[in-house]
Write a protein that binds this ligand. Structure first.
Ligand code: ASP
Length: 437
């Protein structure tokens, strides 16, 4: 059995609703459907969720939300008319507008796009509607209560052989609505897949899966067919965004594979993400390459630092007190470096240096800016002879200086630090060396 989640771009208008219906009809195993709110039909379009948030903002500022309501009404009416069920969510939509007008919470307003979309879809196809407010439980402080959610969703799904669940929201035990962060219908879908003990979680979107490099850097970057959850974590941490980060955990824990599919190209197999790559015929050395600019390195040098007990703790306590989180911590015998996002130094740069001076009396301490990190991720990276040599050769042949490097302890990735201006050439050179055929 499959839980299929469809994103906002797959539900932007009536023709796309029909594509979703056809995808569901093509495989009877697709029994549970999780839906986002209608998204953009074209580049300058506004998502329903954004219109709802703007309406809420209008009310909070003492303004008039009518023009937003009109735009929302028009979108839902166009969709329902196009599907031959005109006015099918009119009364619920009016109730939503009244509640927002009456000062309902921001989360309530944000969630109504999914709620109305789920209702519309279920009425159009005569499928049972399962309100996420009854099955996805949040704590009152807005964190997900995953244990209760697992139980509630499991019971609710068992009651229906097939159902439509709106994504993105749930409610606390007092009935107050809470939402996940933006894009959170992915999380709802993953929770439903885990609760239903699905064989597969399908995440239908407007791209054909994960690309092996950012297409803004490598325009013809290939699609990744297989990815492990651990590789995915490394790539998304470095900025590859197709799936909400939190959507990985429920399915990964339950051992359920996730498949990323394109609603507009439903025959393309997309990317399949699994816990293990043991079924893969050939594990490539590098599965994907991701890069991120905007890093600085705090370099602290002191002769015989290695003998000084507590040196690292003192430095890390200073970073902690100044609320700077470090990303990597390369060390040498007489040096310790902390790789941090440059923006985390805003307003505290001088203070960090002065406090480190004071606490550990280094021979030298400085900050170097303008570093980009490039991660080469692949479960096969350390299994094949000569891979690392090939990687460094590819980069240095382009005249790129590698300013720092580290191997993740998981043996899943090698990260190199280069000057920001070298980010794109570095990604391209690694792509050409390992992925381009
Ligand atoms: N509709 C929400 C958003 O625009 C949630 C989602 O689409 O997953 O972020």
């Amino acid at each position: 059995m499959i839980v299929a989640k469809f994103g906002g771009s797959s539900l932007a208008d009536a023709p796309r609703f029909r594509q979703v219906r056809d995808i569901l009809a093509a495989d009877p195993e697709r029994r549970y459907v999780v839906l986002s709110a209608p998204g953009k039909r074209f580049d300058d379009d506004v998502k329903i969720t954004d219109l709802l948030l703007l309406a809420h903002q209008d009310v909070a500022n003492g303004g008039n939300p009518e023009s937003r309501f009109d735009a929302i009404r028009k979108r839902y009416e166009e969709i329902s008319e196009g599907l031959g069920v005109p006015g099918c969510v009119c009364s619920e939509m009016d109730a939503v507008f009244q509640a927002i007008q009456g000062g309902a919470s921001r989360d309530f307003a944000a969630s109504r796009g999914e709620y109305l979309c789920g209702l519309l879809f279920s009425r159009w196809l005569s499928l049972p509607f399962l309100d996420a407010a009854e099955a996805v439980r949040f704590h009152e402080d807005g964190r997900l209560d995953d244990l209760t959610t697992g139980e509630l969703l499991h019971e609710a799904l068992l009651r229906h052989p097939t159902a439509v669940l709106p994504g993105f929201y749930g409610a606390d035990s007092q009935g107050a609505i809470h939402v996940f962060s933006r894009g959170g219908s992915d999380v709802s879908g993953a929770l439903a897949a885990a609760a239903a003990d699905a064989d597969l979680y399908e995440n239908w979107t407007d791209v054909t899966g994960f690309r092996s490099a950012d297409p803004r850097i490598v325009p013809d970057a290939s699609y990744i067919s297989f990815l492990t959850y651990r590789e995915l974590r490394e790539l998304s941490y470095m900025g590859a965004t197709v799936l909400h980060e939190e959507a990985v955990f429920p399915v990964r824990r339950a051992g359920i594979p996730t498949s990323i599919r394109n609603t507009r190209d439903p025959l393309h197999p997309g990317t399949i993400i699994q816990s293990s790559n043991r079924y893969q015929a050939k594990v490539p050395a590098v599965t994907g390459i991701a890069g991120k600019p905007g890093f600085s390195v705090i370099v602290i040098e002191k002769a015989r630092m290695n003998d000084e007990v507590g040196f690292g703790r003192k430095v890390l306590s200073i970073l902690e007190e100044l609320r700077i989180s470090f990303e990597h911590l390369p060390t040498g015998i007489d040096a310790l470096c902390a790789m941090v996002p440059t923006r985390s130094l805003e307003g505290v740069r001088e203070q960090v240096l002065a406090r480190i001076e004071d606490a550990v009396h280094p021979d030298h301490v400085s900050v170097q800016d303008g570093i980009a990190l490039v991660a080469c991720v692949g479960a096969g990276l350390f299994k094949q002879h000569g891979t690392i040599a090939r990687l460094f050769t590819a980069v240095s042949e382009q005249g790129i200086v590698i300013r720092t490097m580290f191997q993740a302890p998981s043996e899943l990735s090698i990260i190199i630090g280069v000057n920001e201006a070298d980010l794109s050439p570095a990604v391209r050179s690694i792509y050409d060396a390992f992925i381009r055929n």
